[in-house]
Design a binder for this molecule. Structure first.
Ligand code: FAD
Length: 376
C-alpha cells in the first residue's frame, strides 16, 4: 500500500508537523524521520515547516544546538540514543559532507550538583553511567586530571555535529530521495492533511513540531515546556569537549565547550533554564559563560582571558522538553489519516534523532499492516 505523508516541522530529526506523505516539520526530528521514511519508495513525502535550515528563530531549536553526543537518557530508555550513536559514528566515518567529526569529550562532575535541585540534566554526570559500554574508549580520569573543585571525571570519544552544515546536508539527502519541502504554517494539525504536494490527502502526518506542539491546534500538549540555553559561538578552538556539572554562578548554569567540524568555531555554554521562553541573549550571562571557560581552559584564548575570545555571535535557544519524556506514538485522526508524533526531545534531539526516526518508521509499518488487514 502506498502512503502520502506530510512531515510537519523541520529539525534535526523529523520533528515538524508532517505526515509520511503529509508531514510538516523541518527540524532535526522531522528531517531525520523524513529521511528514513523516504528510503521506502512506497512513501510520497512532503515536508512542511515554518522554519527551514538557514533560519535562526527562537521557535526553531535545531540550529542552536552544539551539537554533540553526551547521553541523557536513563539506562531503561537508552535505546534511542544507542541506535543514533551507531549511525552518527558511521556518518562521521563515511560521510564527511555531513559536517560531523570525532572529538574527545571530558566530563567533570561535582557531587553536590548531582543531588541538588536544578534544571541541569544529571544523567551525563553519573560516575558509573550506562553509556560507558557504548563508547569504545570510555575511561575514568585519574584524580590529577580532575578539574579543581570537581570530584570525578571521565573521558571518551564522542562526535560534534556542525548543525549549520548537517541540517542542509539532511535536506540534500531528502531531495535526492524525491522528498518535497515547502514552507507552511499550520494552526491545527488537521490542516496538514491537505498539504501534500501531490494534491492527495495525506494518509500519514508526522508531527515533528518540537515546542510548537504546545500551541498547535489538535495537539496542544501542555506537558511541553522550554529549557532555555544561552551560548556563545567563538572562532577560538578547544582541544577537547569539556562539560562540568555545575558552577558557583547559579543553579541553572553549567560549563561546556565543543569544537564544531569544518570551520564551525567553538560553542561555549551554557544555561539550562526550565520554563523560560525568552530568547534574547543576556549580556551578563554571556560574560559568565566566557569567564568560566577561560578559567577552566586558559589556552582557548591564548592566556588572554575573555579579551582573547573572538565572538561570532551570542544566542539563546529553547530545548523542547516534555514532562513524561518524548512523545513518539501514533494517534488516529480520522478513518483515513493517522498522525505519528515525534516531538519533545529536550536537550537530546540530535543524539536521539535516528533512534526516534526508526521508531517512527516502525509505527508507520504497523499502521500500514493494520490498514491492509482491514481491507482483506
Ligand atoms: P525544532 O528544531 O524546534 O523544529 C521544529 C520544526 O517545526 C521547525 O521547523 C518549526 O518551524 C516547525 N513548526 C513548529 N510549529 C509549526 C507549525 N505550527 N507549522 C509549521 N511548522 C511548525 N541536542 C543534542 O542532541 N545535542 C546537543 O548537544 C544539544 N545541544 C543543545 C544546545 C542548545 C543551546 C539547545 C537550545 C538545544 C540543544 N539540543 C541538543 C537539543 C536539540 O537542539 C533539540 O532537541 C532538537 O533540535 C529538537 O528538534 P525538533 O526537530 O524536535 O524541533
Amino acid at each position: 500500500m502506498s502512503e502520502t505523508i506530510v512531515v510537519l516541522g523541520y529539525e534535526l530529526h523529523l520533528t515538524t508537523n508532517l505526515s509520511i506523505t503529509d508531514d510538516p516539520s523541518a527540524g532535526v526530528s522531522g528531517l531525520t524521520s523524513a529521511l528514513l521514511l523516504s528510503r521506502d519508495k512506497r512513501n510520497t513525502i512532503t515536508v512542511v515547516a515554518k522554519h527551514m535550515p538557514g533560519d535562526l528563530d527562537g521557535e526553531y531549536a535545531s540550529p542552536f544546538a552544539g551539537a554533540n553526543v553526551m547521553p541523557m537518557a536513563t539506562s531503561d530508555e537508552s535505546q534511542w540514543e544507542r541506535e543514533t550513536w551507531a549511525e552518527l559514528k558511521r556518518l562521521c566515518q563515511e560521510a564527511p559532507a555531513a559536517g560531523i567529526h570525532f572529538q574527545k569529550c571530558q566530563v567533570h562532575s561535582r557531587s553536590k550538583d548531582i543531588s541538588k535541585d536544578s534544571d541541569v540534566p544529571k544523567g551525563p554526570f553519573d560516575t558509573d553511567p550506562w553509556f560507558k559500554d557504548m563508547f569504545d574508549d570510555f575511561r575514568a580520569l585519574p584524580q590529577d586530571k580532575v578539574l579543581p573543585g570537581c570530584d570525578a571525571a571521565s573521558e571518551f570519544t564522542s562526535v560534534c555535529i556542525n548543525t549549520a552544515i548537517y541540517l542542509p546536508w539532511l535536506v540534500g539527502q531528502l531531495l535526492e530521495n524525491d522528498v518535497r519541502l515547502k514552507r507552511g504554517v499550520v494552526s491545527d494539525i488537521r490542516e496538514a492533511k491537505g498539504l501534500s504536494h501531490t494534491g492527495r490527502p495525506a494518509t500519514l502526518i508526522i508531527n515533528a513540531t518540537g515546542l510548537g506542539s504546545y500551541k498547535l491546534g489538535g495537539v496542544k500538549d501542555t506537558q511541553m515546556y522550554p529549557a532555555r540555553g544561552q551560548v556563545v559561538v567563538v572562532r577560538n578552538e578547544v582541544d577537547s569537549m569539556l562539560f562540568v556539572s555545575g558552577t558557583e554562578d547559579g543553579a541553572n548554569e553549567a560549563l561546556y565547550a565543543m569544537n564544531r567540524a569544518a570551520g564551525g568555531g567553538a560553542i561555549l555554554g551554557g544555561t539550562f533554564e526550565a520554563g523560560t521562553w525568552d530568547t534574547q541573549p543576556d549580556p551578563s550571562t554571556a560574560l559568565r559563560i566566557m569567564s568560566r571557560i577561560v578559567k577552566a581552559r586558559p589556552e582557548i584564548a591564548g592566556g588572554k582571558g575573555v579579551a582573547g575570545l573572538s565572538v561570532v555571535r551570542h544566542a539563546a535557544g529553547l530545548r523542547p522538553y516534555r514532562h513524561g519524556g518524548a512523545r513518539v506514538e501514533a494517534e488516529k485522526m480520522d478513518d483515513t489519516t493517522t498522525v505519528v508524533h515525534n516531538y519533545g526531545h529536550g536537550g537530546w534531539g540530535y543524539q536521539g534523532s535516528y533512534g526516534c526516526a526508526k521508531s517512527v518508521v516502525e509505527i508507520v509499518r504497523k499502521v500500514r499492516e493494520g490498514r491492509t488487514r482491514a481491507k482483506l
